[in-house]
Ligand binder design. Sequence first.
Ligand code: NAD
Ligand code: TYD
Length: 343
Amino acid sequence: MKHIFITGGAGFIGSAFVRLILAERPQWHITNFDALTYAGNLDNLDGVDAARHRFVRGDIANREAVLAALDTDTAAIINFAAESHVDRSIMSADEFLRTNIIGTQVLLDAARAKNVKRFVQVSTDEVMGSLPEDDAAFFTEDSPFAPNSPYAASKAAAEHVVRAAHHTHHLDTVTTRCGNNYGARQFPEKLIPLLITNAMNDESVPVYGDGQNVRDWIYVDDHARGILAALERGASGATYCFGAREPRRNIEIVRSILASLGKPESLITYVTDRKGHDRRYAIDSTRAETELGWRPLETWESGIAKTIRWYADNAKWIERVRDGAYQAYYQQQYGAPSRAPTL
Ligand code: NAD
Ligand code: TYD
């Protein structure tokens, strides 16, 4: 039996990773440590095998809580827990610095205190900033740090404290950097689930700026398999970039998803651009492919079809996450409720 400690496992990517481990590593069991912020949701863990999955509600920035939950037999910590939405970091950065930086340092200290063998930091391509609009430019593990949003800056700082723990204390660490994920159970503040859930309700779909920004999209289960490969086969101290070579302009995505849902393009509303909006992300995952033997299994077409189907089949999940707090966020971000109040 191998015991792993996952943080943020009630969120979008963390819960996909929990499912992957329970399905593909029958000898492993999981402690899932999550604060259940607005983005964490126990519904995301519906149906997981309780015999091999222990959920602990707790804050990664709370040292005592982490030490109390972390058993000495833990083989690895995989740190998904984060404040993860760029627009919220523009409204207020405090929680991003606390969770993403202090929380990561607390976990690193706890890993050393409890002799945890390996530490995996789940990071993002956004630490490398924005690429020029030149199809030949890609992020690699050697691209310089150039974070542009408070979110990206906090994730870059987290990478630095992980690097320092490896260099100074010889902690066995691996860092993964991934592009934009999409798939089931993503909170509808991010572009794709916001677009699907709004359009399904015939609500307008906000597109920032000119809609020409490019993101490199990867299906969440492919990212989860990449993290598992990095955990099992990554070199100590190394960083691995994951992307599916599926770059798309935002407006292309919006149009194609509206078409798949049978909804009119008149739902598209161009809104004021995000402050400091990164223009283009694109990832070269050659290192992950050659050193880890990883490759994505889904194409954009197959992944987005599964994603749309999941949202169509999970109206209850959508209804619960689009609660009062979500409506308040939506009002603050977009200046209008996502839906008219029911009279
Ligand atoms: P998410 O916002 O859906 O989930 C984050 C989870 O962390 C939630 O369950 C939340 O409750 C938990 N959490 C937040 N603060 C916490 C704290 N202080 N203590 C304990 N738990 C806390 O995020 P996600 O999209 O699943 O992203 C997971 C990780 O992957 C993040 O580290 C993010 O930076 C990284 N990442 C995300 C993407 C993407 O496209 N979503 C791409 C690359 C990397
Ligand atoms: P998002 O899903 O927030 O991911 P990230 O900012 O981490 O890349 O946004 C993806 C792209 O979609 C980004 O260019 C911003 C844009 N976007 C919109 O145009 N409208 C929206 O309402 C949102 C949330 C994002």
